[in-house]
Design a protein around this ligand. Sequence first.
Ligand SMILES: [Zn+2]
Ligand SMILES: [Zn+2]
Length: 393
Amino acid sequence: MILGSVATGCSTDKAKVETNTKVVTAAATNKTETPKAEITTEVKGDLKVHYIDVGQADSILIQQGSASMLIDAGNNADSELVKKYVADQGITNLDVLIGTHPHEDHIGGLDYVINSFKVGKIYMPKATSTTKTFTDVVNAIKSKGLKVTAPVPGESFKLGEATCTVLAPNGSGYEDPNNESIVIKVTFGSNSFLFTGDAEDVSEKEMLSRGFDLKADVLKVGHHGSKSSTTQGFLDKVSPKYAVVSVGKGNDYGHPVQTTMDRLKNKNIAVYRTDENGTVIATSNGKDITFNVKPGTYSGAKGKVATKTTTTTKSANMGSIKAATPKVVAPKVIKEVAPKQTNSGTMVWLSATGSKYHSINNCGRMNPDNARQVTLEEAKNSYSPCSKCDPPQ
Ligand SMILES: [Zn+2]
Ligand SMILES: [Zn+2]
């Protein structure tokens, strides 16, 4: 079956990663005044990082010289937006494409991107999913004759003169698919950027226990600023000057939560956020980083109950999870259930707390366990249609 063969491709591809990696950035040689944590490799040109405004989703374009990499591609509905944004930068060839984990708000537009550009290497975690979104991505990869490479934490690859080091996932089969997220640190001269996908506390703890150098100037805040990511210990180690939150205005999840924003505020980290700033562009010349916009606020989402997203797990109990040996459980299958048609009319789904109605019970913007069905007529009275799963109107 299709999914099976791709999963196999992931594991056997490890050998190939080897040839491309083990890049060690040259250590400081002549700059005695440089703090020891900094890498002083001289670099030419700029590293440009575009945190594309895709609402409640992630899509990040990174350019160095003529090389480019795209981390995630937003929701399915963002396909054209992401493609146009990348094309508008004059890009026809994406050297590296990363699908951090199989949630729609990360890989939704990936199939369209694969079909629209010449693509070099594709990194995705071993995690699979039964959703149409995931199958679409797998089919696009197959039909282009491409292969998926499974990331190996600790290994690096080059993007122009920048060095990209894989830091997670350090396990597989997590209860919460967010912890499958590929985490990458990109170093350019003495600047560095950390891209975390939706990695949560479990993954953060594993990265800490692996002893990776997590220090970065710019942190892409994990999981849209949810309460389950950006733990204090992790933030202390990354110790960024700047943080970027990729988040949709008025989203159903209550992202970003105030506690996460407070943690950033307490450390005096300038926060940029796509809900307030739109697309955020950071430019590094290897020494300094500049942004295209002024920092946003430290305000968490108001009036919303911060619920867990597409999965139905209880909040991770940090105490009971051994970081070095992640608990392996069968990947959770999220059943997609369309509302039934009844004599009283079309039925749609409501989440426990959101203000939108949905065509399916797991569109990614609600907890399927707490979803309930109502008639379309009833829903329309006090709810608006979800922009993601496009219910009848
Ligand atoms: Zn997400
Ligand atoms: Zn996710």
